[in-house]
Design a protein around this ligand. Structure first.
Ligand code: FES
Length: 115
């Protein structure tokens, strides 16, 4: 069974751009962020594979200055936007945890697969 949880409006995201969210579901809180690049959407948990810390120091800001990579503000790790793979920094070779994002019209949803 698939469930969807509202994240935000598409207009809240620049291209390229990012938007953090926190949603509650089944007594669980999911902290994450969604990134738009070239019209494509990607979502990940807001948890750095280095220490488990949130990646952002500035709300909704998950991209580096060139907006080419996702950046962890704690120790400067860089991750590929398209797949969450860490390509530089202390967790090189690890990856962010991907979340499924669904666009319906102008609204973005987190898509959860439930057993
Ligand atoms: S916590 Fe993200 S690079 Fe260290």
């Amino acid at each position: 069974m698939t469930e969807k949880i509202y994240i935000c409006q598409l207009q809240q995201l620049a291209d390229p751009g990012s938007h953090g969210f926190s949603v509650s579901h089944d007594e669980e809180t999911i902290e994450g962020f969604v990134v738009q690049k070239d019209g494509q959407l990607y979502a990940y948990k807001n948890s750095c594979p280095h220490t488990g810390s949130p990646l952002d120091w500035v709300e909704h800001q998950f991209l580096d200055l060139d907006q080419a990579f996702i950046q962890c503000a704690v120790h400067d790790a860089r991750f590929e936007i398209e797949n969450g793979a860490c390509v530089a920094g202390p967790c090189n070779g690890e990856a962010l945890q991907r979340l499924a994002v669904l666009r319906q019209g102008d609204e973005l949803f987190l898509q959860l697969n439930k057993p």
